[in-house]
Design a protein around this ligand. Structure first.
Ligand code: C5P
Length: 285
């Protein structure tokens, strides 16, 4: 195999710790205000450089290696942007659910961009990689930048913030939510008055809310059940457009205890919040 140089890197999950929809652009994309934070939990990518320009992807999970996969699109985008003759063999260990609201696909794309930038010695700046990332998806830039952030626009105007870092229990209620399905729903509210970043960081019930929740509850009753179940036990919210819901716990013991109670037909994990992405920690080591 014409491979040389190898990196194993995390592709962490994100949570939206609040999400307001404040308007809609002419192209249909929604204007948001959100707080992004990372979890110390996610997918793992192993990237090996190839000198024949080929791109290969394999994953334990069927269905994620198709040609329009975000990992391959990110790698191709980087090849086109730089004219490099390098290729890569990428292996994906998938832990994050698809259609989960945890940003799994976007995070895989960002890890590919940063990992190949390193392996192929391209030396592109984070600004350039974030711009390339935005072409792949609205959530890719925050994973490229690697810091918890106040996000505006469609999620690409990012201001780094320091959030508290409690433990989270994340529940996947077994259904995949289609993001466009939620964003197209007529009943989705799109007129939440914009707030300041300072106000969002103060928290409180008024701002720590996800505007997608009423629509997701209605269209996906199993998500509503998970939100109700979790909400009886700890402060809980939807992340992104779902399907995952998360509860916030102060101590790891509380997260462990809650995890043991989760009904068997739902998948769940616990993880601490991180203001710096585990990807950037790994790249610094
Ligand atoms: O950018 P991403 O591929 O994650 O978005 C998926 C779809 O969700 C878009 O095609 C769009 O319909 C919708 N979307 C939106 N407003 C956003 C982000 C996504 O309407 N800010």
């Amino acid at each position: 195999m014409p491979e040389h140089g190898m990196l194993t890197l995390p592709a962490p999950a994100k949570l939206n710790r609040m999400l307001h929809i404040t308007g809609r652009r002419d192209d249909g994309y929604h204007l948001l205000q959100t707080l992004f934070q990372f979890l110390d939990h996610g997918d793992t990518l192993t990237l090996a450089s190839r000198d024949d320009g080929e791109l290969r992807l394999d994953a334990e999970l069927a269905g994620v290696t198709s040609d329009d996969n975000l990992i391959l699109r990110a790698a191709r985008r980087l090849q086109h942007a730089t004219g490099t003759r390098s290729g890569a063999h990428i292996s994906l260990r998938k832990r994050l659910p698809m259609g989960g609201g945890l940003g799994g696909g976007s995070s895989d794309a960002a890890t590919t961009l940063l990992g190949l930038n390193r392996l192929w010695r391209l030396d592109l700046s984070l600004d350039t990689l974030a711009t390339l990332g935005l072409e792949l998806g609205a959530d890719v830039p925050v994973f490229v930048r690697g810091h918890a952030a106040w996000g505006e626009g469609i999620g690409e105007h990012l201001t780094p913030v320091e959030l508290d870092t409690p433990w989270f229990v994340v529940v996947h209620p077994g259904v995949g939510v289609s993001t466009p399905h939620i964003f197209k729903a007529p009943e989705l509210t799109r007129d939440t008055p914009p707030i300041t970043m300072a106000r969002a960081l103060q928290g409180g019930a008024a701002s720590w809310r996800n505007d997608c929740e009423p629509t997701v509850r209605k269209l996906y009753p199993e998500v509503a059940r998970a939100l109700d179940w979790l909400g009886e036990r700890a402060p809980s919210m939807l992340t992104g457009t779902g399907a995952c819901v998360f509860a916030r716990l102060e101590r790891e013991e509380d997260a462990t205890a809650l995890l043991t109670e989760i009904p068997e037909h739902w998948q769940a994990f616990k993880a601490p919040g991180r203001n710096r992405s585990p990807l950037h920690d790994a790249l610094d080591r």
